[in-house]
Design a protein around this ligand. Structure first.
Ligand code: SAH
Ligand code: SF4
Length: 357
């Protein structure tokens, strides 16, 4: 028997094609999306504006399948972390960060990450596989379902969980389509952010394909240092990355800017000189800088820069006219802060073995 189609894998265009093949009108897509994403009804029998015949057909050939939740942890500051089972002993993590006027969900796009940035816990886990559209989409649905009782919901989504979203392009684009789609989540493009460590060809495609916000994990302004911290820099050095950033900034019809993330590592990338280099690199660019105090994890020898050093770094950027903010660490007590997401990854790259030896 043919495997059932999980409808969480389909954006509106793919749903249109799916219903067309069944001889149905395209407005069925909108009806179905409303049931799933707005009303949270996942039982075809309850979708009463679909004909009885269509409901029976859907039961035969389609499903709305969620991965299983392993655990849900609440941090003291209101952050919620879900650990989700992706099969074959792989777990991924999703984090909700409530603020006064919004609630941001940090979602994962891969089981682990193959890029091995030296300061990142996910990088230490190695890589198993890409998540499907449904597996990424389900993270947002799961969060909204759980938050409903407390009167909260996901208002912003950032691809800053486990994995490099630009190495899982198709699924990530489909998810962006659904997040922006008025019949699904209806978020504005400013409220959906892809964060990438700099997969240049993918960033150029992304610029045209999905009109969402972009964050670049820069962490160093010179190739020597960035090669060390973000190894993909050896393949796509800073000059090429900046070219891709310009493609992004010039694409689309609305004004765009880029958020540059910079993890503050004591004695590594946090001197006044480093700040000057960063300011020079970003001058004349529509850029904002987000300084992230390093969050430690067991395998790492790095230390976080002092508050004073971070302030001094930030002041140098300010003095050069660069908009800069420092990210407040959230959810640390349940290991939910940036870079602490380890999940459970059956590593196929064997990198984690090599590191342990
Ligand atoms: N792979 C993507 C998205 C996931 S990482 C990327 O690298 O952009 C999300 C952000 O957390 C990135 O900016 C990453 O550099 C940062 N990060 C990783 N490890 C960290 C740590 N230990 N402390 C603070 N930030 C970290
Ligand atoms: Fe992967 Fe991003 Fe972590 Fe680097 S920082 S290892 S790209 S998840």
């Amino acid at each position: 028997m043919k495997e059932k189609q999980n409808l969480l894998n389909l954006n509106q265009k793919a749903l249109d094609a799916f219903f067309k093949e069944l001889g149905e009108k395209s407005f069925r897509s909108k009806q179905l999306m409303k049931w799933i994403y707005k009303d949270h009804v996942f039982d075809f029998d309850k979708m009463l504006n679909l004909s009885k015949n269509l409901r029976e057909t859907l039961k035969d050939i389609a499903c709305i399948d969620f991965p299983t939740i392993v655990s849900k942890n609440h941090a003291l500051d209101g952050v919620v972390k879900w650990i989700i089972d992706m099969g074959n002993e792989n777990n991924i993590e999703t984090v909700y960060i409530p603020e006064k006027d919004r609630g941001t969900l940090c979602i994962s796009s891969q089981v682990g990450c193959a890029l091995a940035c030296t300061f990142c816990s996910t990088g230490y886990q190695g890589f198993n596989r890409n998540l499907s559209t449904a597996e990424i989409m389900a993270q947002v649905l799961i969060a909204n379902l759980h938050l409903k009782a407390s009167g909260r919901h996901v208002s912003n989504v950032v691809f800053m969980g486990m994995g490099e979203p630009m190495l899982n392009e198709e699924a990530v684009y489909n998810v962006c389509d659904l997040l922006l789609d008025d019949w699904a989540f209806g978020l504005s493009r400013r409220k959906v952010t892809i964060s990438s460590s700099g997969v240049v060809p993918a960033l150029e495609r992304m610029s045209e394909r999905v009109p969402v916000s972009l964050a670049i994990s820069l962490h160093a302004a010179t190739d020597d240092l960035r090669d060390e911290l973000v190894p993909i820099n050896k393949k796509y050095p800073i000059k090429e990355l900046m070219r891709a950033c310009k493609v992004y900034l010039n694409a689309g019809t609305q004004e765009r800017h880029i958020l540059f993330e910079y993890v503050m590592l004591k004695g590594v990338n946090d001197s006044a000189n480093h700040a000057q280099q960063l300011a020079r690199l970003l001058k004349n660019m529509s850029a904002k800088v987000n300084l992230i105090p390093f969050n430690s994890f067991a395998e790492s020898d790095y230390q976080v820069s002092s508050v004073k050093t971070i302030e001094a770094f930030q002041n140098i950027l300010f003095s050069q006219g660069i908009r800069t903010m420092t990210r407040r660490t959230r959810g640390e007590d349940v290991d939910a802060a940036c870079g602490q997401l380890a999940g459970k990854v059956l590593d196929k790259t064997k990198r984690s073995d090599a590191r342990r030896n």
